[in-house]
Design a protein around this ligand. Structure first.
Ligand code: GDP
Length: 309
């Protein structure tokens, strides 16, 4: 079974590990968010793509949900001592990824090529595609002005109010090679439990992606990142509110209308079933909070089972 998944970072990483275990990594293509990529210390960092790559390589720091397991932060300490920006945590071994990526981009390679090389060298068998080789950046308007996603999320700890969201650069961008093909060729398309506004939103903002999803022969199955009126983690709730979406599985369904077929929801959100049906989305109730590997695999299996339903 060929599965193509739209993915952010931490929430996606867990489900992707489960999917890779169920269908085999070679049958899995990941379309990753680059809207929260940033340049720090002159290096191109792709936080979501790296989380997914490290997770599928079995190297992700599971406690933190980002970075490499067992990494140290001595360079960060030294940079702070020198007065450099130190609000974005980059581990020592993690730096190798960013240095290599930056070097390759500077030599003219496309982000998709570099992403594939890094994944291959770390032993990842799934195909990881950035949504675009072109620069698309998520900006958030706050009462103090516009911030990039990482400034908002990491530096400001998501404590400032968001008034507006923009995907700068999206209009003129093209999908990375293989993105539209992976959507068209999939037997199942999965929207990971990721932030609908800042993780999946930028992927959908790439011209051609929504059209491809709407025209895909495969069913599209999503997993709600919202459970019982709040995000499982992170600022998805606040950002959905900023976009005028209800903070519930119904808001998730609205963000993915009209091409979402099935949405997996938590038993605590049973009350959303009629509204989801009214929006043309088939709800499937499941244990969607992944607190360990077993639950990741069980949820992946449940996602795959929706095909037969
Ligand atoms: P980020 O870029 O690191 O924020 O990564 P994602 O967008 O992939 O993940 C964050 C989203 O995943 C948040 O909206 C969380 O609510 C959601 N999430 C995290 N863990 C889980 C989980 O175990 N189950 C579900 N259903 N959602 C989760």
């Amino acid at each position: 079974m060929k599965v193509t998944a739209l993915a952010g970072g931490t929430g996606a990483a867990k489900l992707l590990r489960g999917l890779a275990a169920c269908v085999g990594p070679r049958n899995l293509t990941v379309i990753g968010n680059t809207g929260d990529d940033l340049e720090i210390w002159g290096l191109h960092v792709s936080p979501d793509i790296d989380s997914v790559t490290y997770a599928l390589a079995g190297r992700l720091d599971v406690e933190r949900g980002w970075g490499l397991a067992g990494d140290t932060f001595r360079c960060l300490e030294a940079m702070a001592q020198l007065g450099a920006d130190s609000w974005f945590n980059l581990g020592d071994r993690d730096l190798a990824t960013h240095i290599l990526r930056t070097q390759a981009l500077r030599d003219g390679a496309a982000l998709s090529t570099v992403t594939a090389h890094i994944a291959r060298d770390l032993g990842v068998q799934a195909l990881i595609l950035p949504m675009s080789d072109d620069s698309i950046r998520t900006w958030l308007r706050t009462p103090e002005g516009w911030l990039t996603f990482q400034e908002y999320f990491v530096r400001e700890k998501a404590l400032v109010e968001v008034l507006e969201v923009a995907y700068r650069g999206a209009e003129g961008a093209r999908p990375a090679p293989g993105v539209l093909e992976a959507i068209a060729a999939a037997e199942l398309i999965v929207v990971c439990p990721s932030n609908p506004v800042t993780s999946v939103g930028p992927v959908l903002a790439v011209p051609g992606v929504v059209h491809a999803l709407a025209g895909a022969r495969a069913p599209v199955v999503g997993v709600s990142p919202i459970v019982a009126g709040a995000a499982v983690s992170g600022p998805a709730g606040d950002l959905m509110r900023a976009r005028g979406l209800p903070v519930s599985p119904v808001g998730v369904a609205l963000a993915y209308a009209p091409w979402l077929g099935v949405l997996l929801i938590d038993p605590r959100d049973q009350a959303c079933v009629p509204a989801l049906l009214a929006h043309g989305v088939s709800p499937a109730v499941a244990d969607i909070v992944m607190t360990d590997r077993e639950r990741e695999v069980a949820l992946a299996r449940r996602v795959l089972e929706t095909l037969g339903a």
